[in-house]
Design a protein around this ligand. Structure first.
Ligand code: GLU
Length: 444
């Protein structure tokens, strides 16, 4: 069974970049009838905050990305300790005593010689006595995972294709601090193994972590998950944009963006499939295919999101939006105004137009006479059928007006605006009483 996970660190709000990887992980689990795990990476007690955990849950709920299981790393320390002990006993974890300053100096020396700044494993050269002396001096070690240098690290990435890393060019990663706290790398691999994660979808900034973690899976004797590393997101200007880091669900909601629009856009940008404004994500899920994801950065454009949003709004049924419409606004009113909206919240403006009062622009004598005739005609027509066509047909015959001269004064008098929803849909909702009254008032 396919099991995917989304593993945010609760040190801030989700932004559009991590929403995208969450979405693809969720879609993959949905596509395969599998499970989607939300893993809260809260090993860093100082930087993790409860309010961010709540916000992550709320954001995912708004998007409809429901997790089947939720785990928190801070509740899994006993598991990490057990794996740590086993790996240490097997010689794959070792203590290191350098200070941050010493490590920095070593790095600078190597870089100064034009060499890659790889950790020299000096800690492995310490004798028992030297180690005992350091401990006696009160120096607490941090812990490194010992990479196996014997063979290249290879995997077939679902997006990037065959990948290869030479472990000799990589430092043994620090996996635990001197105070016993855990760094990201090992707990993540332990959890992926323990939770039976079959596919890890994440940003390509994690590619070299994957190389290291593959060795951890091997050291633990478990089959690693498959990996899909997505190209990063760029702003519409084509550059890695700072702004993207602050764009999240709160912003989308403020802008009147529907969750379906976020999903439709993020599902497809950066892939060779077109963005489709679908209210129901099922076809997007069924068509998810990592081989169609590009290696080039995916371009996220807020203007495109707004366009997709408008096309989503035009399809939303009344039941989906009723709670957000003005009191009394029913399905007929919603369907009449929906094609003119870019955001659901703007439906209130048209409700106002239907309910009135409306303020028509001033008109010249000729137009006023025309509107007086319109008021009379509006009293005479049959409102049960198609009153707009009945009214305009009658006025066309009576006045010889056509096109804009026929329609625009009516629209202005009836709605107070030059543009708007189809009058054939709007007029029955305004109804005979209000329509006649508005036409009379505009006729002066
Ligand atoms: N907490 C990590 C992050 O947010 C998770 C990375 C991963 O998906 O393994 O970068």
């Amino acid at each position: 069974m396919t099991v995917t996970r989304f593993a945010p660190s609760p040190t801030g709000r989700l932004h559009v970049g991590n929403i995208r990887t969450a979405l693809h992980s969720w879609m993959l689990a949905q596509r395969d009838g599998g499970r989607f795990v939300l893993r809260i990476d809260d090993t860093d007690a100082e930087r993790s905050e409860e309010r961010y955990i709540d916000a992550i849950r709320a954001d995912l709920a708004w998007l409809g990305l429901d997790a089947d299981v939720e785990v928190r790393q801070s509740q899994r320390f006993a598991l990490y300790q057990a794996r740590f002990d086993a790996l240490r006993a097997a010689g794959r974890i070792y203590p290191a005593y350098e200070t941050a300053q010493e490590l920095d100096l070593k790095r600078k020396i190597l870089l100064g010689r034009g060499l890659p700044p790889v950790y020299d494993r000096a800690a492995l050269q310490l004798s028992e006595a030297e180690r005992a002396q350091l401990e006696a001096d009160g120096v607490r070690p941090h812990w490194r995972f010992k990479l196996d240098h014997d063979a290249p690290i290879v995997w077939d990435d679902l997006i990037r294709g065959p990948q290869q890393f030479d472990p000799r060019t990589m430092s043994d990663p620090v996996i635990r601090r001197a105070d016993g706290s855990w760094l990201y790398m090992l707990p993540s691999a332990i959890d992926d193994a323990d939770l039976g994660i079959t596919h890890v979808v994440r940003g390509e900034d994690h590619v070299s972590n994957t190389a290291l973690q593959l060795q951890m899976f091997a050291a633990m004797g478990v089959t690693p998950p498959a990996f899909a590393h997505e190209a990063l997101l760029t702003g519409s200007e084509g550059k890695l944009s700072k702004r993207l880091g602050s764009l999240g669900v709160d912003h989308f909601r403020e802008e009147g963006i529907e969750p379906q629009a976020v999903i439709a856009l993020l599902a497809r940008i950066g892939t060779s499939d077109p963005v489709e404004p679908l209210v129901d994500p099922a076809p997007l899920i069924a068509a998810l295919d990592f081989t169609r994801f590009g290696r080039a950065p995916a371009r996220f454009d807020e203007a495109e999101l707004a366009q997709v949003n408008a096309r989503i709004v035009h399809q939303l049924p009344h039941a989906a939006v009723a709670g957000r419409l003005p009191e009394g606004m029913g399905a007929a009113e919603w369907e009449a105004v929906r094609p003119n909206l870019t955001r659901v919240a703007d439906a209130g403006d048209w409700w106002q137009v239907i309910e009135g009062p409306v303020e028509a622009p001033g008109a010249d004598a000729d137009t006023r006479a025309y509107l007086a005739a319109a008021a009379e005609a509006a009293e005479a027509i049959d409102w049960a059928g198609d009153p707009w066509h009945a009214l305009t047909d009658r006025l066309k015959q009576a006045t010889g007006r056509k096109g804009k001269a026929l329609f625009l004064p009516l629209r202005q008098a009836l709605t107070g605006r030059d543009q708007g929803p189809d009058m054939a849909a709007l007029l029955p909702l305004i109804g005979p009483t209000r329509a006649v009254e508005r036409l009379r008032r505009a006729a002066g």
